[in-house]
Design a protein around this ligand. Sequence first.
Ligand SMILES: NC(=O)c1ccc[n+]([C@@H]2O[C@H](COP(=O)([O-])OP(=O)(O)OC[C@H]3O[C@@H](n4cnc5c(N)ncnc54)[C@H](O)[C@@H]3O)[C@@H](O)[C@H]2O)c1
Length: 436
Amino acid sequence: MKLTIIGTGYVGLPTGVGFAELGNEVVCVDKIAAKIDKLNRGELTLFEDGLDELFRKNVEKGSIRFTLDMENAVKGADVVMLAVGTPPHPVTKEADLQYIYAAAEELAQYLDGYTVVATKSTVPVGTGDEVEAIIRKTNPIADFDVVSLPEFLREGFAIHDFFNPDRIVIGANSEKARSVMLKLYEPFKEKSEFLMVKRRSSETIKYASNAFLAMKIHYINEMADFCEQAGADILEVAKGMGMDSRIGKKFLNPGPGYGGSCFPKDTNAMAQMGKKYGANLNLIETTIAKNDERKAKMGQRVIEAIKNHPEGKIAVLGLAFKGGTDDCRESPAVDIVKEMIKHSDNICAYDPKAIENAKLILGDSIKYANSIEEACKDADVMVVLTEWEDFRNINLAEIKKIMSKAKIIDLRNMLNAEDAKVNGFEYQCIGAKYSA
Ligand SMILES: NC(=O)c1ccc[n+]([C@@H]2O[C@H](COP(=O)([O-])OP(=O)(O)OC[C@H]3O[C@@H](n4cnc5c(N)ncnc54)[C@H](O)[C@@H]3O)[C@@H](O)[C@H]2O)c1
């Protein structure tokens, strides 16, 4: 099928590459010239495990191309997917739909023949109606349907998740649109669950899912605080909870609060939708407020730990909002480093993939290292802020030899507490108390 994807970011690019790999003819369009130029030079604009190889392969085959030209991209497409950003409005915290509306107006001019416009971006309930109205107003003779196609991929696993989605939710109000979407998703028929629902239900499923996951993270963080006071160990508690199939093992890792480009904005947007429709969403509202509090509290915990080292070097491990990505949007690690800067001008950070993006926010207020060892060399304190798997395997005996003092603050519970203790570190983690 001929597929156009508008917005070549963390969703649009892996999705475009994935559909190209499945034999579709894909055009990705963006409005940022530097992005399109880079992609046309054969260079990726973001990090996703496994993306590089598939990208090269499909560019070489000619099954995917990149352009700034909306007309060229949209004409003749069977499906046009909207994958533009829906960031939080700085004042109202609602999803800012300006990019969706602008893209809808632009694409509408070039629709020819029956086309399904599928919204992959996360958009508030009712946005499909708005998009439909904009297209109809801009191009009254266009033959089209607007479908909600929420995206559930996880950054860091985007390629894996593209090919192995748990579910494919299609919110379509017309049979014709439904059959086009089923044809596009035919290769997933055997391995994924399909759910055909009303467009408004589909739009709600995405927010309801993200808000639920954010609440789950908040819940385990609350339990971690409880464990610290009660002398229990959150890792043991989470393990025991996760063995219950009704609860599940995932999203039970305590940390410094959720962040990233989705959970903060989607929980806020959901809370605003609750207000708009007069529905009480207390649980979500509490989660938002308590998560903000937690990030500040965790920042304070780190400050307490480093304040006795005013001159000493502080090694920060991790800047991305989570492991497996170079994305630093709303990263708790970056927020905590911003607090740390107020108390230390000797911070050196390492992240396997996110340094370039972190530099755009933190600039030269800290130093950056090319390895764990470089960050930790002569450091008084090691602060672990992102759950990169590499950090789990740090050889503490060796690291101790190059650090000047033996102190670790592990806000992701990545290191082994016993190992830290055996190697003589003063070790603080989340949800349990250890004394050296
Ligand atoms: N990042 C994720 O893990 C994830 C997961 C599920 C859903 N989502 C949702 O998907 C959407 C996209 O998220 P993202 O992280 O890929 O955003 P992103 O910021 O990485 O990418 C969006 C892209 O859209 C482009 N764009 C904006 N307006 C445009 C226009 N009129 N024409 C062409 N291009 C335009 C931007 O230049 C940018 O490159 C959001 O609604 C987000 O909530 C994201």
